[in-house]
Design a binder for this molecule. Structure first.
Ligand SMILES: Cc1cc2nc3c(=O)[nH]c(=O)nc-3n(C[C@H](O)[C@H](O)[C@H](O)COP(=O)(O)OP(=O)(O)OC[C@H]3O[C@@H](n4cnc5c(N)ncnc54)[C@H](O)[C@@H]3O)c2cc1C
Length: 326
């Protein structure tokens, strides 16, 4: 690891000023970032630790219109939060509780989870010249070892978005607030991820030095339920191979609103709007769920080693819809 200046800010403004310097990086718990420094795929001159700002940036509270989850809230706090115990936000609770290991969940922050670098082995090794890292001419995974890579919505780079929380929060209609140049700005969570995730673009759309402050969940109205399912090779200490978060609203036994978001299959978390729309006006049942699951993977173009993700994806979408409407 190359030496760097370590900044412990007292205020958001101080953190932002330091993080705007060329090459500086922000740090939550450092689980992803320190890995990247140790692998020597990044060598920032300055690391700005956000943890001294926990008083402002951690915790879950009712903000009047819904729930505000601070960016420094740990995954364990989210998994165990009383405020998230109802059926509407089951997806968020479950996604946090399935992430990594108890040790990681005790430290890892919501912000760091949403903004972590993709787990592509070519991207994460200094030994390879990867298009996403800007160090090589092509995406090596496209023709190389690609069993964990994208099957949907990829362009010139087939990395997958690794965050469990991203699809869960998207399915639940989350928004996010950031701090930049003295101002807080609030946007729909979908805006945190690039529309067209090419190799030149980062996993997220934050500007240099922009700080993720909080995630907001809307107050549920009516019989709103959500859940999250994923597949992985190991029960713990592993990332998902496919993930699906669903949220439905039921009225008199009919689905009146739905969202389906896939994770681990595309360079960004992927809302599947058409699949979700197909459920509206339907009674819960296997025929509707099978159709939605098929539609959720419509247009997929798997690589040489990852067509297995198609059937897994369909299975977890169907299972999640069955579970949430039971
Ligand atoms: C063994 C293992 C298994 C794992 N399995 C999973 C899994 O199954 N699913 C999953 O989703 N994740 C998994 N992870 C990843 C883990 O959840 C993330 O590494 C962790 O959440 C990152 O959080 P952090 O606070 O340590 O972020 P950091 O490492 O501190 O930061 C990560 C990135 O986010 C940026 N950042 C952090 N906070 C902010 C902020 N507030 N504003 C702006 N930028 C910010 C940093 O600059 C950095 O680029 C696993 C990790 C390990 C080690």
């Amino acid at each position: 690891m190359k030496p760097f200046t370590y900044v412990l800010p007292h205020t958001l403004a101080e953190a932002h000023t330091a993080a705007k310097k060329a090459g500086a990086v922000l740090k939550g718990a450092g689980i992803d970032l320190v890995d990247r420094l140790k692998e020597r795929i990044e060598a920032p001159p300055e690391v700005v630790n956000l943890l001294p700002l926990k008083n402002d940036l951690a915790g879950i509270a009712d903000d009047g219109g819904g729930l505000r989850i601070g960016a420094l809230t740990t995954l364990r706090q989210i998994a165990e939060a009383a405020a998230l115990q109802g059926p509407a936000f089951g997806a968020v609770r479950i996604a946090a509780g399935l992430t990594a290991t108890p040790l990681v969940r005790n430290r890892a922050t919501l912000g760091g989870n949403l903004l972590q670098l993709a787990r592509c082995w070519y991207l994460r090794s200094a030994a390879f010249g990867c298009l996403h890292g800007g160090k090589g001419p092509t995406c090596l995974a496209m023709t190389g070892e690609n069993r964990y890579h994208s099957i949907l919505g990829w362009h010139d780079c087939v990395r997958v978005h690794p965050s469990n929380l991203a699809p869960a929060l998207l399915a639940c209609g989350a928004e996010y607030t950031t701090f930049f140049d003295g101002k807080q700005e609030r946007r729909p969570l979908a805006a945190l991820f690039p529309d067209e995730p090419t190799a030149q673009k980062a996993e997220h759309t934050l500007r240099d030095g922009e700080i993720l402050v909080a995630i907001h969940l809307p107050k549920p109205s009516g019989d709103v339920r959500s859940t999250y399912q994923e597949t992985r090779e190991k029960d713990s200490f592993d990332w998902a191979t496919t993930a699906a978060a669903v949220q439905v609203t039921l009225q008199d036994g009919t689905i009146t609103d739905a969202s389906i978001v896939l994770g681990a299959v595309s360079p960004v978390p992927r809302p599947r709007a058409e699949a979700a729309k197909s459920l509206i006006g339907k009674k819960p049942g296997d025929a509707a769920f099978l159709k939605a699951a098929e539609m959720a993977v419509a247009g997929a173009s798997p690589l040489s080693q990852n067509a297995y993700k198609l059937s897994l994806c369909k299975a977890i979408v169907r299972a999640a819809l069955t579970e949430v409407t039971r």
